[in-house]
Design a protein around this ligand. Structure first.
Ligand SMILES: N[C@@H](CCC(=O)N[C@@H](CS)C(=O)NCC(=O)O)C(=O)O
Length: 226
């Protein structure tokens, strides 16, 4: 329903305002960089901080959503890092030749992405404790969407999603991808001037543009009663 979508969009816009617009689009990165993997969940205030820096850098990450109650990707984090804590980043393009770089801690991840993939620091990241408090309020303004797992079918191949962290409509899409535990390759900026947000699903050979249309597609294709 459009009223529900409009209200959600407005609340998502408030979340962006609370974050002072952090998480814009970066420059495209060489495709020679293997995608980084980010284990996170949309409603987690720490994960938001990591995502904002990823978005600003423009680097492509493979997002493996780990909502509470999720069984698909959460165990991988425990296996790899030893504890179920989010966000968790893996960068296979380790510059020291010693294999992948892996880390917990939102602040460390943001600093690492900034250093390795070059981007400005979002203004709010420099505001000390206000950074986390504002991120918690942003989660509240979205009434904690993107925290809990909802019943869904699994995708076989990762989806492809284009849209910046600070885009209100892209946030609504990412919340749903997260709750459904659908993994996706995420790039903040458009390729070839395409309209954003944009979702491509190789599993069904479909491309959808616009927040509302993408949400409808995801519900139609992946929602299950379970
Ligand atoms: N200091 C860590 C805190 C991370 C953290 O506490 N994350 C919460 C989610 S907001 C978590 O992993 N909780 C355990 C869980 O969800 O199972 C950071 O900055 O990344």
């Amino acid at each position: 329903m459009w009223i529900r979508y409009s209200l959600d969009w407005l609340l998502s816009f408030i979340a962006t305002t609370l974050r002072m617009g952090a998480g814009g689009t970066g420059r495209p990165h060489s495709i020679a960089n293997l995608p980084l993997t980010l284990y996170e969940f949309e409603g987690c205030p720490f994960c938001r901080i990591a995502r904002e820096q990823v978005s600003a850098s423009g680097v492509t990450v493979h997002v493996k959503p780990c909502p509470k109650g999720g069984k698909r990707f959460r165990p991988e984090v425990k296996d790899k890092g030893g504890k179920a804590q989010f966000p968790y980043l893996i960068d296979p393009n380790a510059s020291d030749g010693e294999g992948a770089t892996e880390m917990y801690e939102s602040g460390d991840i943001a600093a690492y992405v900034r250093r390795e993939y070059g981007s400005g620091r979002p203004m709010i990241h420099g505001l000390g404790p206000l950074n986390l408090i504002s991120s918690q309020f942003a989660t509240l303004s979205r009434y904690a969407s993107g925290i809990l797992k909802t019943p869904a079918k699994s995708n076989e191949k990762p989806l492809r999603f284009f849209g910046a962290e600070r885009s209100p409509s892209a946030r609504l899409v990412k919340e749903t991808l997260c709750s459904m535990e659908l993994d996706y390759l995420w790039t903040s900026q458009a390729l070839d001037g395409q309209t954003l947000p944009r979702l491509e699903d190789e599993n069904s050979d479909t491309a959808v543009t616009g927040g509302r249309a993408i949400l409808n597609y995801l519900r139609k294709t992946y929602r299950s009663e379970e």
